[in-house]
Ligand binder design. Structure first.
Ligand SMILES: *Cc1c(COP(=O)(O)O)cnc(C)c1O
Ligand code: SF4
Length: 363
C-alpha cells in the first residue's frame, strides 16, 4: 500500500524536493479544484468545469516545479477555461480508433504498432493529443493486455512495439516485467520502444530496480518528453542517467507549445540541456488539431522559423525533426524550412543558416 504524503509547503528552496517513493507521490496528487486552489491562485469554479470533462492530476513533485518556475510549467499542467472552447477540432483527428484492430493497439504503419498499456499519467498535460482517453477511471486490465499481445503474436509483420498510453511506466515493476517478457518471447518483435513522460513529471519512478528490468529486454529504446529546460532538474537528470548507464538509448519528443517553448532561446536551451544529459532530441511535434487544445497551437510558419533558429546555429545533435501527424491517420511527416530556394535545369539555389545563397549542382 502506498502511503499518502502531506502536500508540500508553497515555498521550496532549490532542489530540496524530498526523496519520496513514486507511489506515494501519485497518491498525494492534486485532483480537484479545491485541492489546487489551496496551493495556487486559480479561478476555482472555472477549473471545476474543465476537470469535469478532462481530468487533472498534478503530483507534488510537479507542483513544486510549477511553484518554482511559474508560467511555462503552470500552463502545461493547470486546467484552463480555453479547453472548453468549441472549434472545428475533433477528439480523435488522427483516427487512432479506426486504426485500432483490437482494443489498445494502433496499427498505422506496416512494421510497428503502438500498444496502449496504461491510461494514467503522472500529470495530465493540458495539451495531450489523447485527451479524450487519459485519466478516465477505466484502468486497462489484464484481458486487454492479453488481447494486445495476442494481436502482436499473430501479426508477423510487426518488428517494433511502442508502449504508450497514458504512461506505460506507471505500471508496477512486476507488471512491466511481465509485459516485456511476453513481448520478448515473440520472435518477430525486434525492437521495443517505451514512450514515457515520467522523466519530466515524476522522475522518482525511475529506480535502479526498474533500470535493471528494462536492461534485460533490449534492444529497448526509451523516448521521453521534455518541453522546457526547467523540467530538467537534478532528479530528472538522475533518472535519465540511470537508464543511459543501463545501456538504454534515450530520445526526446517535445511538443511545440504556445506560451511554453515557442521562442528560439527557450528551444535552444532545452535542446542543449537534453544533449548534455545524453537524451537525443528526436521529434518536435506540431500540435495536432485535438479538441480542447487550440490555445497551444503555434502557426506552422513560426514552427519552421524556430527550426531555422536551431539548424546550423547549434550542434546537429541538438536538432530534432519537426513533425506533423496527418489527420485521418495518414502518418507523420517531417517539415523542413525552405533551404532550397530555386530548382534550375542544372543547379539548385540554396540558402544556408546565415541567409547566404549558394548554387549546387543537381548531378
Ligand atoms: C508516431 C507513431 C508511431 C511511431 O512513429 P515513428 O516515426 O517511428 O516514431 C507508430 N505508430 C503510430 C500510430 C504513431 O502515431
Ligand atoms: S504524459 Fe503524455 S499521454 Fe499523459 S497526459 Fe501528458 S502528453 Fe498525454
Amino acid at each position: 500500500m502506498a502511503k499518502t504524503i502531506a502536500l508540500l509547503p508553497t515555498a521550496l528552496s532549490n532542489n530540496s524536493f524530498p526523496d519520496t517513493d513514486w507511489q506515494a507521490l501519485m497518491a498525494g496528487s492534486l485532483r480537484s479544484a479545491d485541492q489546487l486552489a489551496a496551493h495556487l491562485p486559480v479561478a476555482r469554479a472555472a477549473i471545476e468545469q474543465v476537470i469535469a470533462r478532462y481530468p487533472m492530476r498534478i503530483n507534488p513533485y510537479f507542483l513544486s516545479l510549477v511553484q518554482r518556475h511559474g508560467h511555462p510549467l503552470q500552463r502545461q499542467a493547470v486546467p484552463c477555461a480555453e479547453e472548453l472552447l468549441v472549434d472545428d477540432s475533433q477528439p480523435d483527428p488522427l483516427h487512432e480508433e479506426q486504426q485500432s484492430p483490437v482494443n489498445g493497439i494502433i496499427h498505422r504503419y506496416p512494421d510497428r504498432v503502438v500498444f496502449l498499456v496504461s491510461n494514467r499519467c503522472a500529470v495530465y498535460c493540458r495539451f495531450c493529443m489523447r485527451k479524450r482517453q487519459v485519466g478516465h477511471d477505466t484502468p486497462i486490465g489484464w484481458k486487454a493486455l492479453q488481447q494486445g499481445l495476442d494481436y502482436i503474436r499473430a501479426t508477423a509483420g510487426i518488428r517494433e512495439v511502442i508502449l504508450s498510453g497514458g504512461d506505460p511506466l506507471l505500471r508496477t515493476d512486476e507488471q512491466l516485467e511481465w509485459l516485456l517478457a511476453n513481448l520478448r518471447a515473440i520472435a518477430h518483435v525486434e525492437i521495443i520502444r517505451i514512450h514515457s513522460r515520467v522523466f519530466s513529471t515524476l522522475p522518482q519512478r525511475i529506480t535502479p530496480a526498474l533500470a535493471a528490468i528494462l536492461s534485460r529486454f533490449g534492444p529497448l529504446y526509451v523516448n521521453t518528453h521534455f518541453n522546457h529546460a526547467a523540467e530538467i532538474t537534478p532528479q530528472a537528470e538522475h533518472a535519465c542517467r540511470l537508464l543511459v548507464e543501463a545501456g538504454i538509448p534515450m530520445g526526446c519528443q517535445t511538443v511545440l507549445l504556445r506560451g511554453v517553448n515557442d521562442s528560439p532561446t527557450v528551444l535552444q536551451h532545452l535542446m542543449r540541456r537534453l544533449v548534455a544529459i545524453r537524451v537525443r532530441p528526436y521529434y518536435l511535434h506540431q500540435m495536432d488539431p485535438v479538441a480542447g487544445t487550440a490555445h497551444f497551437r503555434v502557426p506552422i510558419r513560426q514552427g519552421l522559423a524556430l527550426m531555422q533558429s536551431l539548424r546550423g546555429h547549434m550542434s546537429g545533435l541538438c536538432v530534432p525533426q519537426y513533425m506533423i501527424d496527418l489527420p485521418g491517420g495518414g502518418g507523420k511527416i517531417p517539415l523542413l524550412p525552405g533551404y532550397v530556394k530555386e530548382t534550375g535545369a542544372k543547379t539548385i539555389q540554396v540558402e544556408n543558416y546565415r541567409g547566404e545563397r549558394f548554387s549546387y549542382p543537381l548531378n
